[in-house]
Write a protein that binds this ligand. Structure first.
Ligand code: MIC
Ligand code: SF4
Length: 645
């Protein structure tokens, strides 16, 4: 039987398990990336492992999330990461060099290699045929130390692309269409592979937009073939030697297939407050827009920026709209400046932001009250923009630019600009002077780790108790995101290295009293609906509940990275055997999980007693061989003998 592209890469990296869908496999990791908001924790964990030098082919630490620096905290964290990178063999991409995924695609990603990153949009690398997966910080730390990365062997979805995108219809519209079809939970347990004639009509930055936002499907990752277009991109990045051709076998078997005719697509938007709430711009109709933001790891390539510059050329942005633009990397920014496109953006009245995540993670540029914000980003979760009642629409750069000029949601096909002549350069501007190489093994001994007062130890874990008795301190509905669990934004993000402080904000978007209730009770169980924990890879969404005494999370289903983070933190993830039992539990019911330890040891379902109502339900631990042992030990660090106790 033939293999898909992803299966070929997995096969070449398999170190544990068998490639049987749903069963745990361990794969060797060639490259890792971290960003600063998850990086401090990942490096504290790496330090705890006592490994001198990373064992990967390439590990890169990026600074791109926490660049607002409203106090000493972030600058201290940057210095910590810089020093630890230097000491342990990790390349360090300085603040100002750009968003991790954009820079990694440009300068480091390689077709056929494996990459895990402590950020859910790591699949951007799939745009050049890399098996690039988002993971929790602890998993990245283990991979840096040479350990395998464990995932359930994914199933495969094939997206057959035919035709060619029409002018002003964009790669963003392709992924919005996939989201419309599959929804935010449709990709859980799958790798999405793009195939068909339409593939060769898409450039690498366009492919990367699609694999990037594939994260919103809940998929393990997304991947494109590596072909002549990939070769041309790598050659233009002066690294043709990194190219390998990759395609699926003609008789490869997929579990699901979707057909998309690129020629039939229209400009679309994901409406508030979910990336799969997708409608055609023409169906949404006329709508006043208050803010337009162009950038983020989804749509900040040179290609995207050049299109916007062309649309803006000689025009002025509407007086009622605030327009912000953040190029994705220093390479993009620099090239925009050199070719004069930056001047067109400035002249039109755009507010040029630093090349970083910025407003995508709520670091500034919050919209006005009840404001309508059009963004080229990938997430529009409620409140993520920093304005609780704002409505965020996710759109292509073309659609964003059109609204910037008219002040209204506008079908970009009505614009009188010609963007068809824009192509990628044969040669990108190569200047890696913002990437610091690590110290040599000899010099590394003398590198001092610079630790600011913002860095606090991570919470203590304990081996799993025989029986858990605790109240249902919180009950939430479907599609709870990690932004609900552990919000980000300018006020909170600087404290990513300070779990005790962060705990004051845990779940407050759902229940203001949550931290208080947990502290009062000292322990608790969370009850959730479908797709609990979707979105970010932030392990803080597990570490902070752990700090607040959460012992178990019982839901209808989980998102992939979050369930792994819960296990790593020693919190037991379980799903209701009968989904209707979810309805029978009320907040503050007294619950008990008798003999949970033994049931997990024996691989049995667990009994959940509702002491308040005198009912009994069955719940199924989301654990396999290795993760069972991790939970019994009280989390990954205890399992590897490295607990902070
Ligand atoms: C995000 O887009 O939510 C983030 C911020 O990039 C996160 C990581 C984080 O929470 O630090 C992600 O997507 O993993
Ligand atoms: Fe940064 Fe936004 Fe991309 Fe997350 S989604 S990595 S915050 S740009």
């Amino acid at each position: 039987m033939g293999l898909t592209i992803a299966q070929k890469i997995i096969k070449a990296h398999l170190v544990d398990g068998e490639m049987i869908a749903g069963q745990d496999i361990g794969i060797k990791i060639d490259q890792t990336l971290t960003q600063d908001a998850t990086g401090t924790m990942a490096y504290l964990e790496f330090e705890a492992m006592g490994v001198d030098r990373v064992k990967t082919e390439r590990s890169v630490a990026y600074i791109d999330h926490n660049t607002l620096q409203t106090g000493f905290e972030n600058a201290d964290d940057h210095r910590f990461i810089q020093s630890i990178a230097k000491k342990h063999g990790i390349y360090y991409s300085r603040p100002g060099n750009g968003i991790c995924h954009q820079v990694h695609l440009e300068r480091f990603g390689k077709p056929g290699k494996t990459l895990i990153g402590s950020d859910s949009h790591t699949p951007t690398g799939g745009g050049i045929g890399m098996l690039a997966i988002g993971a929790g910080g602890m998993d990245v730390a283990v991979a840096m130390g040479g350990g395998a990365y464990y995932i359930p062997m994914p199933r495969m979805i094939r997206v057959n692309l035919t035709g060619k995108l029409s002018p002003f219809v964009s790669a963003k519209d392709v992924i919005l269409e996939v989201l419309r079809i599959l929804t935010v939970k449709g990709g859980v347990g799958y790798i999405v592979e793009y195939a068909g004639e339409g593939v060769k009509t898409l450039s690498v930055p366009e492919r990367a937009t699609i694999t990037n936002m594939g994260a919103e499907l809940g998929a393990t990752t997304s991947i494109f073939p590596s072909d002549e277009i990939t070769r041309a991109f790598l050659k233009a990045q002066d690294r043709e030697e990194d190219f390998t051709e990759l395609s699926s076998d003609a008789d490869a078997v997929y579990d699901k297939e979707i057909d998309i005719d690129l020629s039939a697509l229209e400009p679309m938007a994901a409406m508030p407050h979910m990336p799969d709430n997708v409608k055609k711009i023409s169906d949404i109709g006329k709508m006043k827009v208050d803010q337009v933001l162009i950038g983020s790891c989804t749509n900040s390539s040179l290609y995207d920026m050049l299109k916007v510059a062309e649309i803006f050329d000689g025009k002025t942005v509407d007086p009622s709209v605030s327009v912000g633009i953040a190029p994705g990397s220093k390479q993009v920014f620099n090239m925009l400046a050199e070719c004069g496109a930056l001047s067109k953006l400035i002249a039109a009245g755009a507010r040029i932001l630093e090349c970083a995540c910025g407003p995508c993670i709520g670091m500034g540029q919050s919209p006005n009250s009840k404001g309508i914000s059009l963004r080229t980003f990938n997430r529009n979760f409620e409140g993520r923009s920093g304005t609780a009642d704002a409505g965020v629409y996710l759109v292509s750069p073309e659609t964003a630019a059109a609204a910037a000029l008219t002040g209204y949601l506008t079908d970009p096909r009505t614009l009188d600009a010609d963007i068809s002549k824009i192509t990628l350069p044969d040669k990108f501007l190569i200047n890696d002077n913002m990437v610091d190489a690590p110290a040599s093994v000899e010099e590394a001994k003398d590198v001092e780790i610079l630790r600011g007062p913002n860095i606090k130890p991570f919470p203590k874990t304990e081996p799993l108790a025989d029986t858990i008795s605790a109240k249902a301190v919180l009950k939430v509905g479907d599609n709870i995101t990690t932004d609900h669990i552990m919000p980000a934004g300018a006020k909170i993000l600087p404290y990513r290295s300070n779990i005790p402080y962060l705990s004051n904000f845990c779940f407050t978007r759902c229940d203001e009293q949550f931290p208080e209730n947990c502290r009062k009770e000292g322990k608790g169980i969370i009850i959730g609906g479908e797709n609990y924990g979707q979105g970010s890879s932030r392990e803080h969404a597990a570490l902070v509940p752990l700090h607040l005494g959460i012992k178990a999370v019982i839901t209808k289903s989980f998102a992939r990275i979050h369930v792994a983070n819960l296990i790593n933190a020693g919190i037991v993830p379980m799903v209701f055997k009968n989904a209707e039992d979810y309805d029978k539990i009320t907040q503050f019911d007294e619950l008990e999980l008798p003999n949970i330890r033994q049931s997990i040891e024996n691989g049995e379902t667990v009994i959940l007693k509702n002491i308040t109502t005198n009912e009994t339900y069955e719940v199924v631990p989301q654990l396999s061989g290795r993760s069972k042992d991790i939970i019994l030990a009280g989390g990954l660090l205890s399992y590897t003998g490295l607990s902070s106790k």
